[in-house]
Ligand binder design. Structure first.
Ligand code: TPP
Ligand code: MG
Length: 391
């Protein structure tokens, strides 16, 4: 049994991208169905919520543990790199919110699209991006997922349906509806997930986009990651109604425990089926970020340390899965600790490699900025001095 587990762990606990393409050496018991109850019931608005019972397998549970542990470690390492000044500019970390990225991926395919704001590193990893591309991008190196020119806020992976990585609060949501429009137009039976925060949820453009998406029955899923703060502003100070799942009025919504990867998976599966048949739906993911808003925010002036440690103790998404794995006797505590050690090593190795990668060549400065072949000219601020003719 122990030998079997070690062998299984070795296969399962690879980075997400590797585990997707690996031929499995698992015994059949790894895919034996297990039924798990979500932490809380779902609350619906204008719909009948899905069941709390979710089908899973040992394989999936172990993969969830691995993937969330990898994301957690990656974000903590990014924090250190930032403090060492190897990452510059804006940087928003996702630790605490991992269950949203992982649960969403478990319910959809890479033909479904995702678009999000600036808190995007883990969404990229969920889509199959590698640690090396992540750290290279964060440190502005040429092999980063945006060729080292996007940085923390602008990760992309178009070949896996990930359309960024956007810095203007809320602006990605109408773009997400555009992706859903393209999907409906081409009748390809895929959906788009447009992710935004509780702060963004108060913006006008969200409602304009939702109106059009509902008018045209677009397969658009509005995912509000409610981490309860927009920068240093608590939701109760910015929203008359913080019931974000109800804010679509005519569009149905679902409130989901965003710290429970199984609840997220169930909700996303439900939302995909709904969106394909009936148009847009809002998923409010009740979640929490452990770090401050960005690296310039210590995150402790507008909330208490007790609040943060209370959430860690009661609702941490990784600890929830650890307990489930142990209670179903799928791995030992030591095996799970070994997984975390392995993840740490993978992260350290990726950072070491990324540090060796050069910065982009200066000739890259204007590529991917303007469409090619239009002969765009670049002027000085006075518009008189011509500095360059762009490609
Ligand atoms: C249009 C616009 N207004 C203001 C900002 C500055 N800003 C960046 S993030 C942020 C808070 C957004 O909070 P929320 O939507 O809850 O997302 P979270 O950071 O919690 O994930 C603000 C005000 C911006 N980037 N864009
Ligand atoms: Mg927020």
């Amino acid at each position: 049994m122990a030998h079997q587990l070690t062998r299984r762990s070795a296969v399962l606990f690879r980075p997400i991208s590797a585990s997707v393409s690996t031929t499995r050496l698992l015994s059949t018991s790894d895919t034996t169905p297990i039924t798990i109850e979500t932490s809380l019931p779902f609350t619906g608005h204008n719909l009948d919520p899905p069941s709390r019972s979710v089908e899973t397998t040992p394989k999936e549970l172990l993969t969830f543990f691995h993937d969330m542990a990898l994301m957690r470690r990656m974000e903590i390492a990014a924090d250190s790199l930032y403090k060492a000044k190897l990452i510059r500019g804006f940087c928003h970390l996702y630790d605490g919110q991992e269950a949203v990225a992982v649960g969403m991926e478990a319910a959809i395919t890479k033909k479904d699209c995702i678009i999000t704001a600036y808190r995007d590193h883990c969404i990229f990893i969920g889509r199959g991006g590698t640690l090396l591309e992540t750290f290279a991008e964060l440190m502005g190196r040429k092999d980063g997922c945006s060729k080292g020119k996007g940085g923390s806020m602008h990760f992309y992976k178009k070949d896996a349906g990930f359309y960024g990585g956007h810095g203007i609060v809320g602006a990605q949501v109408p773009l997400g509806c555009g992706l859903a429009f393209a999907q409906k137009y081409s009748k390809d039976e895929n959906v788009s997930f447009a992710m935004y925060g509780d702060g963004a949820a108060n913006q006008g453009q969200l409602f304009e986009a939702l109106n059009m998406a509902a008018l045209w029955d677009l397969p658009a899923i509005f995912v509000c990651e409610n981490n309860h703060y927009g920068m240093g502003t608590a939701e109760w100070r910015s929203a008359k109604s913080p019931a974000y799942y109800k804010r679509g009025d005519y569009a149905p919504g679902l409130k989901v425990d965003g710290m429970d990867v199984f609840a997220v998976k169930q909700a996303c599966k439900f939302a995909k089926e709904h969106a394909l048949k009936k148009g847009p739906i809002i998923l409010e993911m009740d979640t929490y970020r452990y770090h401050g808003h960005s690296m310039s925010d210590p995150g402790s002036t507008y909330r208490t340390r007790d609040e943060i440690s209370g959430i860690r103790q009661e609702r941490d998404p990784i600890e929830r899965i650890r307990k489930l794995i142990l209670s179903h006797d799928l791995a030992t505590e030591k095996e799970l600790k070994d997984t975390e050690k392995q993840v740490r090593k993978e992260v350290d190795e990726a950072i070491a490699k990324a540090k060796e990668i050069p910065l982009p060549d200066p000739s890259e400065l204007f590529t991917n900025v303007y469409a090619k072949g239009y002969g765009v000219e670049s002027f000085g601020a006075d518009r008189k001095e011509l500095r360059a003719v762009l490609p």
